[in-house]
Design a protein around this ligand. Structure first.
Ligand SMILES: Cc1cc2nc3c(=O)[nH]c(=O)nc-3n(C[C@H](O)[C@H](O)[C@H](O)COP(=O)(O)O)c2cc1C
Length: 454
């Protein structure tokens, strides 16, 4: 067994994949909108690759205009279904604490943790103002405000934990047939919680979870979300900030966790990536550009060409960027409105453009391909990693070694194909480099997340 730090890997389970346009590829199968076998296969694929868990975000709004997100399968039903077909794979359950009630969620979690023999984790999200207007679907529910949503999240998480772990003693089952006592007298406890947002008596009417602590995962961008994570969570599903800022954020967050008296090594920082993978990097870049071109784009706006210093009345948009843009004389800040640098690690716009050309769209990219990429990546919360297996493994290895992250959540752009390719090509490469497990080392998800990295 190699003594290198090991990645944690999660795989997103969405019926038509994550990319908003890739469903239009001729080879993409969109039956997953209605046919659960597609994401059941995602669970099987994830387990075949010895991945830590599968997950989907919490989506309570309605998005009939977002064609690949018309339907969103319910997480818990999906996990219950896929759990029976898997033995080691974890299930990360995303739950929105601004909308959900802790008693119902504790019931679902405890049930799933028993049914999976300890393979669940809870991802607490807080969003109120989300895509698809969930408030429109939860009209008369009492809602927190932007300022009270974290109070509610804290109370929610505390109540879920109390229901799970304080309702029952471990030796609750007496099974005294002669005496007529199935449950040991005094083995259950009301939690009698009375708080700002919830009143819950308890006990929970489901047996305690198998795991002594169901891992808590959290997302968010604000300072308050970091504080919540340092207090409650074992994993932060983090935005990605590039290497140098990412290292800084990683270090600060680990320090914050340590200052709370917790072991920072056991707190995992895991951003998401969308991956575009093929047998060769050339093919992967071509596929990425093909997908970018599937968006229904308008003409390149003059503000964009002006930022590049190109006059589109004289230069065709099919020209190669490097043939018509004088990279060295790009004005600093000109590209900012178009290319988010949040996910990148660059000093100035010249470097930003070079990096996009090298790592994303390829150095032969045309003006049109660059613009198509820019249009799409503007809304991305996570980087697109494009390349062959070695290149994707290089990206993961560098970020792991630089202490930017402890793992990633993988978002396949479409189905079927990319998730299998990742497991067949990238996982063996990571194993060969000694930065990913070759066997499941623990029977529970907490065990997988917690096991020493070396
Ligand atoms: C990486 C990431 C993933 C998120 N996933 C979800 C999600 O699946 N469902 C959801 O309702 N909100 C999701 N959110 C939104 C957060 O829960 C939160 O509402 C948002 O970041 C705004 O809160 P903040 O200002 O405290 O960060 C996500 C946020 C981030 C950064």
């Amino acid at each position: 067994m190699s003594n290198r730090r090991k990645l944690r890997l999660g795989l997103a389970a969405y019926g038509t994949g994550w990319d908003l346009d890739a469903w239009r590829l001729p080879e993409a199968s969109n039956t997953g909108l209605r046919d659960p076998s597609v994401i059941l296969d995602i669970a099987r694929t994830a387990e075949r690759g010895k991945l830590d868990y599968v997950f989907a975000g919490s989506a309570l709004g309605s998005e009939p205009d977002r064609l690949n997100r018309i339907y969103r399968w319910d997480n818990f039903v999906y996990a219950g279904y896929a759990a029976a077909l898997t033995k080691n794979l974890g299930f990360l359950m995303s739950v929105n604490s601004s909308f959900e009630h802790p008693y119902g969620i504790a019931r679902q979690l405890a049930t799933l943790d028993n049914f999976t023999a300890g393979r669940t984790a809870l991802n607490v999200v807080f969003g109120i103002d989300r895509d698809g207007d969930p408030i429109g679907n939860y009209g008369k529910n009492p809602m927190p405000t932007e300022t009270t949503k974290y109070d509610r999240a804290r109370e929610f998480t505390a109540v879920v934990n109390r229901l799970l772990y304080e309702s029952w003693d471990d030796d609750l089952l007496l099974d005294d047939k002669a005496g007529g006592a199935l449950i040991r007298p005094g083995s259950w406890h009301q939690i009698d919680h009375h708080g700002e947002h919830f009143d819950v008596r308890g006990p929970l009417n489901v047996p305690p979870p198998v795991q002594p602590h169901i891992p808590i995962v959290q997302v968010g961008l604000s300072e308050e979300s970091l504080r919540f994570g340092a207090d409650y969570a074992q994993v932060r599903f983090s935005p990605y900030f590039g290497i140098s800022r990412g290292k800084e954020e990683y270090r600060k967050l680990k320090e914050r966790v340590a200052a709370n008296g917790r072991d920072p090594e056991k707190f995992k920082i895991i951003p998401g990536i969308t991956f575009y993978l093929a047998g060769t990097t050339r093919e992967a870049v071509a596929k990425f550009n093909e997908i970018n071109a599937l968006q229904l784009t308008e003409e390149i706006p003059s503000a964009f060409s002006a930022a590049l210093g190109v006059d589109l009345s004289r230069v065709r948009d099919t020209e190669r960027v490097l043939d018509v843009v004088d990279v060295e004389s790009l004005d600093d800040g000109a590209l900012k409105p178009f290319i988010s640098d949040r996910a990148r690690d660059v000093k100035n716009d010249r470097e930003l453009l070079r990096q996009v050309l090298t790592a994303q769209v390829g150095e032969d990219a045309t003006l049109r391909e660059l613009y198509q990429y820019v249009q799409r990546s503007r809304h991305e919360q996570q980087p697109a990693v494009v390349g062959d297996a070695a290149k994707i493994a290089d990206w993961l290895e560098e970020n792991l070694e630089e202490h930017v992250l402890d793992g990633v959540q993988l978002f396949p752009p479409y189905h079927r194909g990319p998730a299998d390719l990742f497991v067949d090509l990238v996982v063996p490469e990571l194993q060969r480099r000694g930065i990913f497990r070759t066997e499941y080392e623990a029977p529970t998800l907490q065990g997988l997340l917690d096991t020493d990295d070396y």
